[in-house]
Ligand binder design. Structure first.
Ligand code: NAD
Length: 365
């Protein structure tokens, strides 16, 4: 029987509440599909600061090092907001984890199920059948990391400087990943750039075009980022897989999250290759939601779907991952809604965090 080591970092706010449900679902699919996990639970974010004075305690990092994957909840909250920015939970935990492991690829599914289209701010006629987009965002390059960086006086004038730089290998590796993802979906890949203005984008477009020769079964298109932002709200159903650089991806994935309806539905994965295997940090797209923490009303679905992504991408347990995705769809179809998803429509049953987790667990087949 295969056994996988998982570092479980539940974090703050709603993190522990939704993680509890996700781990129950993980146990259920383990039994059903004949594999097991060794889980090591460690504090991170505000919980790390409270326990050991650091958002990413050394012991927590060591547990991640020893693991096959990291299952992350969410971090942050008002309690730690007065700390210096670099010591706060998000900056002090998530960014160092991304950098430490070189997690260069961020996968964010943007799925709006037809039954939940009322939760989306888009008009019904734009999303009648729902939509299913996967955004592949480059996560360790581009303007957020490019050097030089500068803020200060130059020539008697206050200046801010950032550098958008991409190397060929960075575009190639994210490109391969995106083409492979498209092969497992509808075989359509839209590469988003700003090649009419930026050199880094010209390189991006050239490399993506070159790679497409290796993936004749995937239809590659290119779109400028300003148009992509517009097309996402005009006709999200036109997209299958989007691949884009770090800054553009940051903005477009937030836009995607909004048009999907609720942050509580969206998982994400940040991936790299480690010892020849896909290592990843899997987490909900939302934050620690301090406004609803401790009330038992948080939607656990994003955390549960993050388990599914972990099984699919790091452990190759595709059947178990499909079972989780299908169980979530079944429960939504049956009318179960956490508060963030409720529209007041007939047939809806508004439930709390644990009842939603239990319904999904019972729907695993
Ligand atoms: P947030 O994502 O925590 O919350 C935004 C809104 O979405 C809130 O109204 C919240 O109640 C709702 N929401 C989010 N997840 C939900 C869920 N699972 N179920 C139901 N509703 C949900 O963003 P914020 O309020 O801007 O930030 C709160 C804290 O989280 C801050 O400290 C921020 O730094 C941190 N944060 C952490 C991460 C992370 O850990 N990856 C990401 C974003 C924000």
């Amino acid at each position: 029987m295969s056994t996988y080591r998982v570092a479980v970092l539940a974090g703050d706010g709603i993190g522990p509440e939704v993680m509890h449900e996700a781990l129950s679902v993980l146990s259920a699919v383990e039994q059903k599909y004949g594999f097991s996990t060794q889980r090591v639970e460690k504090p991170v974010g505000g919980a790390g600061i409270d326990a050991c004075g650091k958002a990413l305690p050394a012991d927590t990092l060591a547990a991640c090092e020893a693991a096959d994957a990291i299952l992350f909840g969410s971090v942050g909250g008002p309690k730690w907001e007065s700390l210096p920015p670099e010591e706060r939970p998000e900056r002090g935990a998530l960014l160092p984890l991304r950098t430490h492991f070189g997690l260069y690829a961020n996968l964010r599914p943007g799925v709006c199920l037809p039954e939940l289209s009322a939760a989306s701010p888009l008009k019904d006629n734009l999303i009648a059948g729902g939509f299913d987009i996967l955004c592949v965002r480059e996560l360790t390059g581009g303007m957020y990391f490019g050097k030089p960086k500068f803020y200060g006086e130059r020539g008697g004038e206050l200046v801010g400087l950032d550098t958008m730089i991409y190397h060929r290998y960075e575009v190639e590796r994210i490109g391969h990943l995106a083409f492979c993802a498209a092969q497992k979906r509808k075989h359509r890949l839209c590469s988003v750039d700003k090649a009419n203005v930026l050199n880094a984008s010209i390189l991006w477009r050239d490399v993506m075009t070159e790679l497409s020769a290796q993936y004749p079964d995937v239809e590659l298109s290119h779109m400028y980022v300003d148009n992509a932002a517009m097309q996402l709200v005009r006709n999200p159903g036109q997209f299958d897989v989007i691949v884009t650089e770090n800054t553009f991806g940051d903005i477009l994935t937030d836009e995607m999250a909004v048009i999907c309806g609720s942050l509580g539905m969206l998982p994400s994965a940040s991936l790299c290759t480690r010892s020849g295997r896909t290592f990843g940090l899997y987490e909900p797209s939302g934050g620690s939601a301090p406004d609803i923490a401790g009330q038992g009303v948080a939607n656990p679905i994003a955390q549960i779907l993050s388990v599914g992504m972990m099984l699919r991408h790091s452990f190759g347990q595709v059947q178990a991952a499909n079972a989780i995705d299908n169980a979530v769809r079944a429960v939504i179809s049956a009318g179960y809604r956490t508060r963030d998803l409720a529209s007041g429509a007939q047939g809806e049953q508004v439930v709390g965090t644990s009842a939603m987790g239990e319904a999904i667990l019972n729907a695993i087949v």
